[in-house]
Design a protein around this ligand. Structure first.
Ligand code: ADP
Ligand code: MG
Length: 384
């Protein structure tokens, strides 16, 4: 792609979830027309896009319709079949490329890519048969399905050799990665964007708190993270993107271990839940970067103008007050300073389902942190 795809053109996104919805919002604000491909008749992104192509991700008719409308297409989740992106790429500009997404879809390929880049990841073994003999040094471990896992789904703890076959059975004997359980001091992530011309920019390093395998709180800047570790994480993420010629927004999740070392956990070929704060706390959000990378516009380094914490709003908040789903107390919440409420338009709250998020901004880290704790208490989110 040489010329920039200019505002007025149509941009497409495969997948109709909340990430697609926020991409659509960013693209529309810049004057692009938007189209979403999703099989669901009532998806968060489908409801706000100009066009909704309601079709399965591998439906050639649906995919053709999308390419006929769009100058360029991106994806909002990593489990879109690589074949769908390859099909689209034969007819219009697609970023990130199918081959890149395919690497991010598979934990084994992903770890091999980290290793190629010289970025350490957790000691692991690929599990594909019953007879597999595993190294005792991997125990205790976590067995993770190689594909389709998210929010801690598709993961089972393995304490001993004897546990492994039951654990593998419980995951449907799918291809898995057995990963050594590591002593985490904290979790951080880095979002980078790379253009077709090779420009690279990044958001500030985010610190993430997971509860039951689901992201609960993101804090930026990451409190007391040394400049050396920050630099190391950014350089690793940039190198990971550059070395497979990636175009688009890429998020790399890292563990910081108790001995201070940095380990790459996984990566996502798209904007990431831990980057949502950038909409309200940065002059360019991760979705702005996604639009720019896709259209060939210049990538400019985002500047964080407010300290921020992001709290995920899970369906639990609607269901905690009794059997009947009840709305959280938005009115009282919005009376606090620096509240940016994002709801994704999902009608049915379910436990663990991401219904929205709240970004709390403040003039400094301490103020933002204190306000975020107040907001959490109001909503019934455990203190952090
Ligand atoms: P998902 O695709 O569900 O996000 P992850 O591999 O990121 O899967 O795992 C979810 C969470 O589980 C991580 O953010 C971390 O808190 C914990 N976790 C995953 N792998 C390990 C590990 N090897 N050691 C310790 N904790 C882990
Ligand atoms: Mg993860």
């Amino acid at each position: 792609m040489t010329a920039m795809v200019t505002p007025g053109a149509t941009l497409g996104v495969v997948g109709g979830g909340q990430l697609g919805r926020m991409f659509v919002h960013a693209a529309q604000r810049m004057g692009y027309v938007t189209a979403v491909l999703d099989p669901d008749c009532d998806s968060p992104a489908g409801r706000v896009a100009h066009y909704h192509v309601q079709a399965d991700y591998l439906d050639e008719q649906g995919l053709t319709q999308l390419t006929q409308r769009c100058a360029a297409v991106t994806t909002e989740f990593e489990n879109v079949p690589a074949a769908a992106l390859r099909f689209l790429a034969a007819h219009c500009y697609v970023a990130p490329a199918a081959e890149n997404v395919a690497v991010c879809q598979d934990r084994a390929l992903e770890k091999a890519h980290f290793a190629r880049c010289g970025v350490p990841c957790a000691p692991h073994a690929v599990i594909a048969s019953d007879e597999q003999v595993i190294d005792s040094r991997l125990l205790p471990a976590i067995l993770k399905t190689a594909r389709l896992g998210y929010d801690g789904k598709g993961q089972v703890p393995v304490e001993s050799h004897a546990d492994l076959s039951t654990a593998w059975e419980s995951l449907g004997r799918a291809a898995c990665v057995l990963e050594k359980r590591l002593p985490l001091a904290r979790e951080i992530s880095v979002i980078v964007a790379r253009s077709a011309a090779g420009q690279l920019v990044h958001l500030p390093v985010q610190q993430n708190l997971h509860r039951a395998g689901i992201l609960a709180v993101t804090q930026v800047p990451a409190p007391d993270l040394s400049a050396a570790l920050r630099r190391q994480a950014v350089q690793a993420a940039e190198h990971i993107a550059e070395s497979f010629n990636y175009v688009g927004v890429l998020c790399v999740e890292f563990f910081v271990l108790q001995d201070g070392s940095l380990i790459a956990n996984e990566m996502a070929p798209r904007p990431h839940n831990s980057g949502h704060y950038s909409i309200d706390a940065c002059d360019l959000s991760q979705f702005d970067l996604q639009v720019r990378a896709l259209t060939g516009a210049a990538l400019v380094m985002p500047r964080q103008h407010s300290a921020a914490l992001m709290l995920n709003l899970l369906g639990d908040l609607w269901l905690a007050r009794g059997q009947q789903a009840t709305e959280p107390p938005w009115g009282r919440l919005l009376a606090l300073p620096g509240m940016h409420l994002h709801l994704y338009g999902k009608l049915e709250p379910r436990m663990g389902r991401k219904m929205g998020h709240l970004t709390v901004t403040g003039p400094d880290t301490t103020t933002a942190f204190a306000t975020a704790q107040k907001a959490a208490a109001l909503l019934g989110i455990a203190a952090f």
